[in-house]
Design a protein around this ligand. Structure first.
Ligand SMILES: [Zn+2]
Length: 239
């Protein structure tokens, strides 16, 4: 019956629409890439924080060392200028100590300047990376929530299409439905085609005029010689 072919064609439309939505489902962004970026920035941030903590600890050590050296130098300077030492050899030794301490203090001050730069640059990096991280996390949350709502919509649509398909399929002669299924499985989800001209719309091969005539007459079970798909000629609406 031609009616069967028309309904089978509806089943085919459902199958194509279901496949389209399943493809969309599997292409949904789970946020994997963003998640990977977040993980690597978190790792970088942890390294910078560690570097900064070490610099802070080193800075404290230098501050203590500096204080000790400065106190020592002050003691020697006091002795040197107090007038209590008059021996030139002793005076020269004291001056030597003061000079040496001055050089050590200078070295530490230079190191501390470098540390200060490091503290400033790591501080800026931490601020920048934290902002980047917050932005990426916000993006990830949005991607995930968008994907979740798209997934819900697609699943709902698939479920409706499946119901529609079941209802249509139940009206078709079982052997014809089985044949359609067999062809569809091996022919890329397309088991029946609606011909409108002289070619098979699936494989673009010219169909014999006799076949077209029979299709127009509504013969059930006609197939394309080339691709094997069922052929169906949609009768114009009679009104
Ligand atoms: Zn064909």
């Amino acid at each position: 019956m031609t009616q069967d072919l028309r309904i089978l064609h509806e089943v085919q439309q459902c199958d194509l629409e279901i496949a389209e939505r399943q493809k969309a489902l599997s292409a949904l962004d789970s946020g994997e890439e963003l998640n990977g970026n977040i993980a690597s920035i978190e790792e970088e941030l942890a390294q910078i924080r560690q570097q900064r903590e070490q610099a802070e600890a080193q800075n404290l050590d230098y501050e203590l060392e500096l204080k000790t050296l400065q106190e020592k130098r002050e003691r020697f300077q006091k002795q040197l200028y107090s007038g209590s030492v008059s021996n030139p050899r002793q005076l020269s030794d004291l001056q030597g100590e003061v000079d040496m301490l001055g050089r050590e203090i200078g070295k530490i001050e230079d190191e501390m300047l470098e540390l200060l730069e490091l503290l400033e640059s790591t501080g800026a990096s931490i601020t920048q990376k934290e902002a980047q991280l917050a932005e990426l996390k916000e993006q990830l949350a949005k991607v995930r929530s968008d994907s979740a709502s798209t997934e819900d919509r697609l699943k709902g649509e698939i479920s409706e299409l499946e119901t529609q398909r079941r209802e249509s399929a139940a009206k078709i002669d079982p052997p014809l439905l089985r044949r359609y299924e067999q062809i569809r499985v091996r022919a890329g989800n397309v088991g029946i085609v609606n011909i409108t001209g002289s070619m098979c719309p699936a494989c673009r091969i010219a169909l014999p005029s006799e076949t077209i005539k029979e299709a127009k007459a509504g013969r059930v079970g006609l197939t394309c010689d080339n691709c094997g798909r069922l052929l169906y000629w949609e009768q114009p609406e009679e009104d």
